[in-house]
Design a protein around this ligand. Structure first.
Ligand SMILES: [Zn+2]
Length: 332
């Protein structure tokens, strides 16, 4: 096997940053999409200064590690969970981070001194999966990244879609239950897919089942004072706990309702499911596919593939790196 530093020496690399609502993942990525160093941060930022400081510190950590290993960083790409004015690099609206109205691109570029490319985080994830991953070769595709919230990405007729103001493809805010629970953050709606299928929604459903079934693995975890979080539910489900499996299946069925809508609207070749929650794999996807088979229209429902993201929870980071690589190639 070739030593990992070889592509960096020959071609240089970029840093991709996936800035989520509660987590950040940064990675040094070469032109073959190999990841050479990762930096993670978990924090809820109080204001935009804190968010930008977290980004700058993670980029600095990756840069130090790579440049010490004799490579050089040529650009940075960042995916942020915001509606972005692409021309000016301003975060117009964000349901999960205190970035509304912040000239994010300029403020970060000033601190890091490298060419910087910014897009919506789910658009970035869609780009990585479409170009290199689970949606490769598709003419029509959708992506849902399920984490703190749900990001959406769309490829229609062979082109990434952002809508007329860059605010499109908010697939997580399609309504699947008109009188359902209130949505998160700045969304004024009820019963959005995000309100029923995100990581917090999984934790809520699991807590309900833990109370209802105290002798299950979930119930015992609750009695032992453990926090019933998405990753714990997935771990218990993989160990065979039926309450945890049922919690994932309940979330998976709501996911299926949302995907059935997408299938009817778009007749896609593939729907890619990414984000942290997809660590549950088939325990989440199989119930979703069953609902799509029952509810979506033919022939779209037979045609569509519903698959996990090839890059798992790293789609956003790799997509942000792809933005930077594309940006370096584009004429100035
Ligand atoms: Zn919503």
């Amino acid at each position: 096997m070739q030593p990992v530093w070889w592509p960096i020496v020959s071609t240089g690399c970029v840093i991709g940053v996936d800035l989520g609502g509660t987590k950040l993942l940064a990675g040094a990525v070469d032109r073959e999409l190999n990841v050479h160093h990762r930096a993670m941060r978990t924090a809820r930022a109080a204001d935009h200064h804190a968010v930008i400081q977290t980004v700058v510190s993670a980029v600095g950590e990756v840069r130090d590690a790579i440049e010490g290993a004799s490579g050089s960083v040529q650009a940075v790409g960042i995916g942020i969970p915001c509606l972005i004015d692409e021309r000016r690099g301003i975060a117009v609206m964000s349901t999960h981070l205190p970035l509304a109205g912040v000239p994010f691109r300029d403020l970060v570029a000033e601190r890091i001194g490298l060419p910087l490319f910014v897009d919506n985080d789910a658009n970035a994830a869609m780009l990585a999966e479409w170009r290199f991953g689970a949606a490769r070769g598709a003419r029509d595709a959708a992506l849902l990244t399920i984490g703190t919230g749900i990001g959406g990405g769309l490829v229609v007729g062979g082109a990434l879609q952002r809508g007329s103001q860059g605010a499109g493809a908010e697939l997580g805010h399609m309504v699947v239950w008109a009188d359902g629970p209130r949505c998160n953050g700045a969304c004024p709606n009820r019963g959005c897919l995000e309100a029923l299928v995100s990581g917090p929604a999984l934790a809520r459903e699991a807590q309900r089942l833990a109370h209802e079934r105290p002798r299950s693995g979930l119930g015992e975890a609750l009695a032992a004072g453990r926090e019933i979080s998405g990753p714990l539910v997935t771990e218990l489900a993989h160990d065979g706990d039926t309450a945890a499996i049922d919690a994932l299946a309940a979330i998976g069925r709501w996911l299926g309702v949302g995907v059935a809508n997408l299938v009817n609207m778009l007749n896609p070749d593939v729907v890619v499911i990414g984000g942290g929650v997809v660590a549950a794999g088939e325990l989440l996807l199989e119930p979703a596919r069953a609902v799509v088979a029952q509810r979506a229209l033919s022939p779209s429902r037979e045609h569509v593939r519903i698959v996990p993201a090839r890059f798992g929870a790293e789609s956003g980071m790799l997509g942000a790196a792809t933005l930077a690589l594309d940006g370096l190639r584009a004429p100035a």
